[in-house]
Write a protein of this length. Structure first.
Length: 333
């Protein structure tokens, strides 16, 4: 059994496997080298040779306990025919939605649009390339994809005032997303993903109607993934009640963000937990890193716990600090 599955399924409390969100990314010089020559991020995600190299970079360098495919949650809007661009120092920028076209989209067209991702997964699953490691596939949660598809840019400064104006559009998009996110999950599992993570990066922006935007759509994906026989990790970043989320949605494991005090969860949540550490701690010094990492490990000493961060690793993170982090986690007793 892989280290992460062992933690999730056997509820092993004695080992703390480690991988990091965005481990295949800009803090790695070898990633930046490839990125420099490939200015179109979407095309890079659709190049199975390069995306395989990038997926393996953090595994080769650090020996993390799981690989996460190099891709993006915005590949779903792309697969649905919406224009998606990544502008330097700006972030994602999406085009207008054509709801009629989107609702009429054939499964086979969606599959073809994203087939290089499935090819990547197939290639990575071949020849025992990952040895005793999981291959994590992922999707954006319906709410977070809805946010990008309607808001068209990162809602760093909040949602546009007209966001909820067209409820018909929102309801149709939620239905369409449920269908195609499931298809993307199934295609990834068929191609070799052994775990699925659902990123709900903007879950913290949902103010009303948590049933409609958070619990119901996520539960639908969680049940679907479990029925495929694959564990599913949820990351509803920024929500105030992880306890309630876990009781309703029941993922195989939950990734917590860094605004949650881990101590307050330990008596309430009985499923395996992942993550939590503020990625900014990796920008401080080794002493502080050690005390913060050890704090998480001690709190979760008697709980199945996969070490990870409370959000993606920051591009300015030094390699040395990642090496130190892994050492601290592996040497913890
Ligand atoms: O974790 C991994 O290593 C796997 C790859 C991965 C990427 N994006 C690659 C990427 C994963 C799991 C994601 C998920 C993702 N993408 C999320 C959910 C997690 C989170 O961060 O909340 C979100 C919201 C996105 C959308 C997205 N893609 C944003 C906001 C950005 C950053 C844009 C910017 O300029 O800062 C991206 C781009 C992106 N996705 C990069 C990487 C490595 C950086 C691309 C670059 O080199 O410019």
């Amino acid at each position: 059994m892989t280290p992460i599955k062992n933690c999730i399924l056997n509820k092993d409390i004695n080992t703390n496997p480690i991988w990091l969100m965005r481990q295949a990314g800009r803090y790695l010089p070898e990633f930046r080298e490839i990125r420099k020559k490939n200015s179109n991020f979407i095309n890079l995600c659709l190049n199975p040779n390069l995306s395989e190299k990038i997926t393996l970079q953090p595994i080769d360098r650090f020996g993390f306990d799981a690989a996460i495919i190099f891709s993006d949650i915005l590949m779903i809007p792309y697969g649905l025919g919406q224009k998606v661009e990544f502008k330097k120092n700006f972030g994602p920028n999406l085009g207008d939605i054509n709801l009629n076209e989107l609702m009429a989209l054939e499964d086979s067209v969606f599959y073809n649009n994203l087939s290089p991702i499935y090819e990547l997964l197939k290639n990575l699953s071949k020849n025992n390339k990952l040895k005793d490691r999981d291959l994590i596939g992922f999707v954006g949660a319906p709410w977070t994809l809805l946010v990008y598809m309607i808001n068209k840019v990162s809602p760093k400064n909040g949602l546009s005032s007209s966001f909820f104006e067209d409820i018909g559009l929102i309801n149709n998009l939620l239905d369409t997303l449920d269908k195609f996110i499931k298809l993307h999950i199934k295609n990834q599992v068929t191609a070799g993903a052994t775990i699925i993570q659902i990123f709900d990066s903007w879950a913290g922006l949902i103010e009303n109607d948590l049933e409609k935007y958070l619990y119901n759509p996520t539960l639908s994906l969680v049940n679907y993934t479990k029925n495929l026989g694959v564990p599913v990790i949820c990351f509803p970043r920024g929500i105030s009640d992880y306890d309630k989320f876990c009781k309703i949605v029941k993922p195989s494991m939950v990734n917590i963000d860094y605004n949650i005090n881990p101590k307050t969860l330990i008596d309430k949540i009985d499923i395996p937990i992942q993550g939590g550490l503020d990625p900014k701690v990796l920008l401080t010094d080794k002493e502080n890193l050690k005390s913060e990492v050890t704090r998480y490990l001690q709190i979760f000493r008697d709980h199945p716990y996969v070490f990870n961060l409370g959000h993606g690793i920051l591009p300015e993170t030094q390699i040395e600090m990642v090496e130190e982090l892994i050492k601290i986690v592996r040497n913890f007793k």
